[in-house]
Design a protein around this ligand. Sequence first.
Ligand SMILES: [Zn+2]
Length: 96
Amino acid sequence: MRPVCKRCTVCGKKYFVEILELWAYKRSTAAGTKYFCSWRCLREYDRNQANIEARKVLTGRAAQIKALVNQGLTDAEISEQIGVKESTVYRWRYKI
Ligand SMILES: [Zn+2]
């Protein structure tokens, strides 16, 4: 079997893989399998994905709070509806 040339998703380095199925530094995503040159790059990718997910949750919550603020709800009411602390609602209210 001929080695396959791959480009690392994180650092862009080219490297050769003998048997693609046995390559450990990879992740399956909705868009297909991503390959990495090393454990270090794989870890970096995982970290970035976790950050993206965390940001999505935060953005979703901000939008939720904004909608309720627009409806004229008080911090206490919003806090109760979406299950976050009143101080959090207060912080987001002035951020948006
Ligand atoms: Zn890399």
